[in-house]
Design a protein around this ligand. Structure first.
Ligand code: GDP
Ligand code: IMO
Ligand code: MG
Length: 403
């Protein structure tokens, strides 16, 4: 079997969608294994902009798209997304795990309630009910796709959830959930069984993470994180596939750094320079439309991402955008407690950041090459793909990916 996993190396929105779409043409199956509708993976082609939220961004080019058990699913959003995607692909194959958890209106209300309760300490979630859906999963009072086959089971689960949250719901809501379920029921299957058979028979499988390494529930900037495993070790649990099937891992990093929502951001820039970069990069959230915070590339952060995810390759996106900036800096190390730190540790934040300066490379290829080679030297992995524009074809291959 040949497998490749695509991982976000920063705080999400690194341009994973575009890289996945590019890679998917060489894979039989694309798989989402974590997160939910909080993800927004953009693919731009023939003047169309598609934002994938629940369906893998490899949908357009791989034979089969799998939404595995680690994903939390808003049924209505998923059926709307599949409906929208039909315009772009007449015949397709989607498989949805029967043990995925469902995000209900109660989870969304709970998300909003918790954010309000946090007040000044609000995380800035996407309000898509993601945290509460994982909370109910691990609290053992969640609702799984498999629970929707029996109305009584659904009623019992919803009623328990409602009592846990102290949030009521209309009786008609049960039928509305079943109505939404009916639209996707035909895609439901045992995806663990399917994926292990395919892996065993030599199919080429592409795994797609949602979100990014530093908003991972364990390794991110807790509590300003999402609620799932966004890193490569999460793929096994999120799909049910044994670690023996995992071969290669490619990280996606933006040529600079962005973050939506609250939490630490060592290389963040503010003021006029930030506004210029935000405008040049059109840095507004794909899911919520919120302005993204922006900053320089952070090599210590990427070094840590390489280790956590055991990355073999890097894809660097948006070099076209950064190249337009007059002043380009890259964080190469931090200082804290009188010593130099080469990696990003969310529990030991830098007091000072050491930067390296780069020239703008617009119209000057060798200056861009210097930037890319610098990153390769620092991270000790090759940059095999470079994003040079929004469109699907605006991508340069610098090296091969051996699986
Ligand atoms: P994802 O969540 O990691 O898939 O990233 P998003 O889709 O949320 O955000 C990335 C944004 O950058 C999208 O609007 C993409 O269309 C855009 N994008 C991706 N790669 C490039 C690139 O190389 N150059 C430019 N200019 N835009 C890019
Ligand atoms: P993609 O897959 C960027 C952020 C939210 C918030 C925190 C928790 O497009 O890269 P949540 O709704 O998950 O409970 O929010 O995580 N966040 C993302 N930021 N890209 C994403 O996904 C994100 N998914 C969640 O902004 O700060
Ligand atoms: Mg996104």
């Amino acid at each position: 079997m040949e497998t490749l996993a695509v991982i976000g190396c920063q705080f999400g929105d690194e341009g994973k969608g575009k890289i996945i779409d590019f890679l998917a043409k060489d894979f039989d199956i694309s798989v989402r294994f974590n997160g939910g509708e909080n993800a927004g993976h953009t693919v731009v082609f023939n003047g169309n902009t598609i934002k994938f939220h629940l369906v893998p961004a490899g949908f357009l080019r791989s034979k089969t798209s799998v939404i595995a058990n680690g994903v939390v699913i808003n049924l209505r959003k998923l059926s709307e997304e599949i409906e929208m995607l039909k315009k772009f692909r007449a015949s397709f194959d989607i498989k949805i795990s029967h043990i995925s958890h469902v995000v209900t209106d109660l989870h969304m209300k709970r998300d909003r309630y918790l954010e309000e309760l946090r007040g000044k300490g609000a995380i800035g979630t996407t309000l898509k009910g993601i945290g509460p859906a994982y909370e109910s999963k691990y609290g053992r009072y969640g609702i799984r796709i498999a629970d929707l086959y029996n109305k009584e089971t659904l009623e019992e689960r919803l009623s328990f959830l409602s009592r846990v949250y102290g949030i009521s719901y209309e009786k008609s809501y049960v039928d509305s959930v079943l109505h939404d379920f009916a639209k996707i029921e035909g895609f439901v299957t045992d995806t663990r069984e399917y994926l292990s058979e395919e892996a065993e028979s030599g199919s080429r499988i592409l795994f797609e993470t949602a979100n990014g390494t530093f908003i991972d529930i364990d390794y991110g900037t807790y509590p300003y994180v999402t609620s799932s495993s966004t890193v490569s070790p999460g793929i096994t649990v999120g799909t049910g596939l044994s670690p023996k099937y995992f071969r290669k891992f490619i990280g996606v990093a933006k040529a600079y750094t962005t973050r939506v929502g609250e939490g630490v951001f060592p290389t963040e820039i503010k003021g006029e320079e930030a506004e210029i970069l935000r405008t040049l990069g059109n840095e507004y959230g794909s899911t919520t439309g919120r302005p993204r915070r922006v900053g320089y590339l952070d090599i210590p952060m990427l070094r840590t991402a390489v280790k956590i995810n055991s990355l073999d390759y890097l894809a660097l996106t948006k070099v076209d955008v950064l190249g337009k900036m007059k002043d380009i800096k890259v964080a190469v190390s931090y200082e804290a407690g009188g010593s130099e730190m080469k990696e990003f540790d969310p529990s030991n934040l830098p007091e000072k950041i050491n930067y390296e300066q780069f020239d703008s490379w617009e119209g000057n290829r060798s200056k861009l090459n210097r930037y890319i080679e610098f990153i390769e030297d620092e991270l000790r992995i090759p940059v095999v793909l470079v994003g040079i524009g929004e469109d699907r074809d605006s991508i340069e291959k610098r090296g091969d990916i051996a699986l």
